[in-house]
Ligand binder design. Sequence first.
Ligand SMILES: NC(=O)c1ccc[n+]([C@@H]2O[C@H](COP(=O)([O-])OP(=O)(O)OC[C@H]3O[C@@H](n4cnc5c(N)ncnc54)[C@H](O)[C@@H]3O)[C@@H](O)[C@H]2O)c1
Length: 253
Amino acid sequence: MSTTFQNAPCAVVTGAARGIGLGIASRLAAQGAKVALFDRDATALAAAAAGLESQGLKVFTQTVDLTNGQQVAGAFEATIAAMGTVGFLVNNAGAVRDMRFLKMSEDDWDLVIDTNLRSQFLCCKAALPGMIEQGFGRIVNISSRAWLGGFGQANYSAAKGGVVSLTRSLAIEFAAKGVTVNTIAPGIVDTPLFRDFTPEVQARLRESVPVKRIGNADDVANAVEFFLSPSSSYVTGQTLYVCGGRSLSSPSV
Ligand SMILES: NC(=O)c1ccc[n+]([C@@H]2O[C@H](COP(=O)([O-])OP(=O)(O)OC[C@H]3O[C@@H](n4cnc5c(N)ncnc54)[C@H](O)[C@@H]3O)[C@@H](O)[C@H]2O)c1
């Protein structure tokens, strides 16, 4: 096991029961971090923790609806009681409900804004007082290349654009307190959703990426690791695209 995060304060990763969040949590745990996995899916969370434990990596889990302020506050209290101060926060939980704008209901709008943006507001509010007290904090907010705009993605693009703006504002407000706040904007990442597409659609999507491959959770974890490590202590308020160059092409592709 590497020791990058050994003896460091605890790291919270949200939406960590599967997908990119699990990849990030797994990377940090393998680097010696004390990691708390937050997710609302208790079954997937238990399976994720068991999978990590089978690799000798012990993690803490909290079943929590990240759109609920009381639950978020309770999850942070329980984490701090069990693991000590939180120094690292990766706001990864997200959801999509893509559809044409005129078919989009208020519920479709609220669910996507709440899951992707409100959850980050709530987790930052819960984590920042402790970070300020210890004069150290590293926050990474997961956005998406889709914040540039996407067909049928008005709710998701608006939420992910909000993530970029939230990040920039918090970076300014808390820079002097030893807290950096940065954003990662992934492109197409290999997830069950991608694998559900027909081979033709998968090939078309892959072809649309300038580097001619889709990303994986490790690509995103590499960027997270940079933002949480001492190497990035002079970097704050930035958006790093992890998308194989796809941010350089037309937003609606
Ligand atoms: N997969 C991609 O291609 C891609 C591309 C760009 C950005 N992203 C972003 O990366 C992040 C992770 O994406 P993913 O593909 O791994 O997603 P995913 O759907 O596989 O996992 C999301 C996790 O968040 C959890 N979650 C959702 N709503 C929650 C809530 N209210 N409370 C607690 N947990 C909740 C889910 O249970 C799930 O475990 C998201 O923010 C997503 O928008 C993904």
